[in-house]
Design a binder for this molecule. Structure first.
Ligand code: OAD
Length: 255
């Protein structure tokens, strides 16, 4: 690991963006490390509306397995360091995660925007039923049906509340991120991206948005990301090792 010293964030506002790398040390696989395949499936088959329309059983089996995996792992020191920073900064902190595994919340993070949805929520494929908490496994033929649609005389499947490729992010989420970035009133702004390949937009573009508003930008990643060149600093290494030092409560950041 590159030598790391604690940041002094005691007077700053901090926007943290996380990706699959943060959960890697808890034992969850990242996305872009197996020739574009997720557990032997093509992304198009399991993470697009067309994939679901074509084979909902396959898609539900895939996400049911991911639910099971996420339930069996624990948050790591990287998740905990981020939660501890929020505890110190309060409203001057916002976490935007592309992860759908819920590990940040289990580590104690509260100000979290899950821009790609959650493995543990389910919604209707057809109607605007409010997404609901769901930890069930749908591994067999028994696919979940929307009760509300059924009452209205329609038959519609439920689906995972995940933002698939080709789908829009929630505009309320984008608005909340934008207003956090803009409401500085002179407080120094820091943008910290962790464990993300910088390959998926619009998350990959947050560094530009933050820089445009004068933020110091830092990337912590196991290897160079696609957008590394746009950060002021790149700390190469594992998030569970770097974050406890970088955000360390024992360094000048405590305040
Ligand atoms: P990726 O799998 O694309 O990238 C993970 C990054 O984390 C890679 O650059 C790894 O080098 C790095 N990494 C791995 N282990 C690490 C560790 N221990 N510490 C630090 N970095 C580590 O994952 P994301 O960038 O999150 O979207 O992928 C973005 C989105 O693409 C996902 O949210 C998902 C996928 O399509 C949806 O599901 C909608």
């Amino acid at each position: 690991m590159a030598p790391v010293s604690p940041l002094d964030l005691s007077q700053s506002r901090v926007l943290v963006l996380t990706g699959a790398g943060v959960s890697a040390e808890s034992g969850l696989a990242t996305f872009r490390d197996s020739n574009g395949l997720w557990e032997q499936h093509r992304v198009e088959d399991v993470a697009t509306p067309a994939g679901f329309a074509n084979d909902p059983e396959l898609v539900w089996r895939f996400y049911s397995r991911r639910r099971e995996q996420a339930k069996t792992v624990e948050p790591n020191a990287g998740h905990r360091a981020i939660a501890a920073l929020e505890a110190r900064l309060g409203d001057r902190f916002l976490l935007v995660t592309q992860n759908v595994d819920g590990l940040h919340q289990r580590a104690g993070s509260e100000r979290v925007i899950e821009i790609h949805g959650s493995l543990f929520r389910t919604k209707c494929w057809a109607c605007d039923l409010e997404p609901f908490h769901d930890t069930a496994s749908y591994m067999a033929e028994r696919l979940p049906i929307c009760d509300r649609c059924e009452e209205a005389g329609r038959k519609a499947l439920l689906r995972p509340d995940i933002v698939w490729f080709g789908e829009m992010l929630d505009p309320n989420h984008l608005h909340a991120i934008d207003s956090f970035l803009r409401r500085g009133h002179g407080t120094p702004l820091v943008f910290l991206a962790v464990g993300t390949s910088g390959a998926v937009w619009p998350a990959a573009g947050l560094v530009h948005q933050a820089r445009g508003l004068g933020a110091s930008t830092i990337l912590v990643n196991a290897e160079a990301a696609e957008n590394t060149a746009h950060f002021h600093r790149f700390l190469e290494g594992r998030s569970a090792e770097i974050l406890p030092v970088l955000l360390g409560a024992d360094g000048p950041a405590s305040g």
